[in-house]
Design a binder for this molecule. Structure first.
Ligand SMILES: Nc1ncnc2c1ncn2[C@@H]1O[C@H](COP(=O)(O)OP(=O)(O)OP(=O)(O)O)[C@@H](O)[C@H]1O
Length: 342
């Protein structure tokens, strides 16, 4: 175990404020982000694998299942042959305080799955995630009720996130202002457009000033004024030593708002580095795919893989093994400090 700044390079060591673990990371000089060497680790993702067994009506599978009636029966009763979907394969990284980490990748690359795993909503098949405090995944942590008004949902959402009734009441004006829904805040949430709902969920999720905020929806649904307010709010969270994860398909959003980016492709981590560098390469790759230049796209991915140094996250079980729960998310109040990288 080493203290802050004692790793083999920027971003390689981390002080863990609530769990005892150690992490190691490395990457090519090109992909090395500017990281405060005194920043502490907020989330450690250690060799995470997620697999789903899902029914498949794929022709090859169907051929195995005898006649048409049997095949239809299988589909109706959900007995289709199962295939294994590898949503995440061997993902490792350490997030630090003050970082805003963008997750990029094509549809189905594993971005949402990674957020759910960090939020503790699912357990990985292999590996684990350690978090210094309970991550707040927007729209999930706060159980909102469509029949209630936006205003009532603010109180409900704040209570669901652990605020006291008094704190929830105090938060109402601030959340209302951030959401910026005008008189619609008094209307049932089921009447909201998807953009209005997204704005309210974002505003509620940030009311508790979570240290780890996970955003899996386009903030771009909002108008310019909302985007500005939401960016200011995210910045405030980061300045309070928090970490924000943001999923976005738009490389530009990642470039403009994130300090670091992680590119996922078919569940594997392609690149982890400064947002601008990762976004640029992702953009080039997406362009090659769009222009139907598979060789070029493959080359970009292979180059990124070859330049990326492997990241190892090591948890020192011997120090405080009882601190780790199967659900891997712990309260910062209960857990003691430390961790670093090698
Ligand atoms: N609950 C589930 N059951 C079965 N397969 C799942 C489940 N959730 C995700 N998957 C599969 O895991 C893979 C990753 O999905 P995920 O939703 O994480 O991708 P994503 O990068 O967030 O995609 P998008 O950009 O389209 O939102 C996909 O192949 C998806 O079909």
């Amino acid at each position: 175990m080493r203290g802050p700044g004692s790793g083999s390079g920027p971003g390689q060591s981390a002080r863990w404020p609530s769990d005892s673990s150690s992490s190691g990371r490395g990457r090519s000089p090109m992909a090395r982000p500017e990281i405060d060497p005194f920043a502490h680790a907020t989330v450690a993702v250690q060799d995470v694998h997620v697999r789903y067994r899902v029914p498949s009506t794929d022709a090859a599978e169907r051929r195995r299942g005898a006649n048409f009636v049997k095949r239809v029966g299988r589909t109706v009763f959900g007995n289709d042959p199962k295939v294994l979907v590898r949503a995440l394969s061997g993902i490792s990284f350490v997030a630090k305080s003050g970082e805003q980490i963008g997750l990029v990748g094509q549809n189905g690359s594993g971005k949402s799955t990674l957020l759910r795993i960090i939020a503790g909503l699912e357990n990985p098949a292999k590996g684990r995630v350690l978090a210094e405090s309970t991550p707040v995944l927007i729209g999930v942590n706060a159980a909102l009720v469509p029949e209630l008004s936006g205003e009532q949902n603010i109180r409900l959402g704040c209570l669901a996130m652990g605020l006291t009734p008094e704190q929830a009441e105090e938060a109402v004006p601030d959340v209302t202002q951030l959401a910026g829904l005008g008189k619609s805040i008094y209307l049932p949430m089921k009447t909201y457009s998807s953009g209005m709902g997204a704005r309210l969920r974002f505003a509620i999720a940030t009311a508790a000033n979570p240290h780890i905020l996970l955003i899996d929806e386009a903030l771009a649904t909002g108008d310019a004024a909302f985007r500005e307010r939401s960016e200011a709010r995210m910045q405030r969270l980061r300045q309070g030593a928090g970490t924000v994860f943001l999923v976005s398909h738009a490389a530009q959003t990642i470039e403009e708002t994130c300090t670091r980016a992680i590119w996922l492709n078919h569940g594997r981590l392609v690149l982890d580095g400064p947002a601008q560098d990762v976004a640029l390469r992702y953009r080039k790759w997406a362009w090659a795919v769009a222009k139907e230049k598979p060789e070029e796209a493959k080359q970009i991915i292979e180059t990124a893989f070859s330049e990326r140094e492997q990241t190892y996250v090591q948890v020192e079980e011997s120090v405080q093994p009882r601190l780790y729960t199967p659900r891997h998310v712990r309260s910062s109040k209960t857990a003691p400090p430390r961790a670093q990288g090698k």
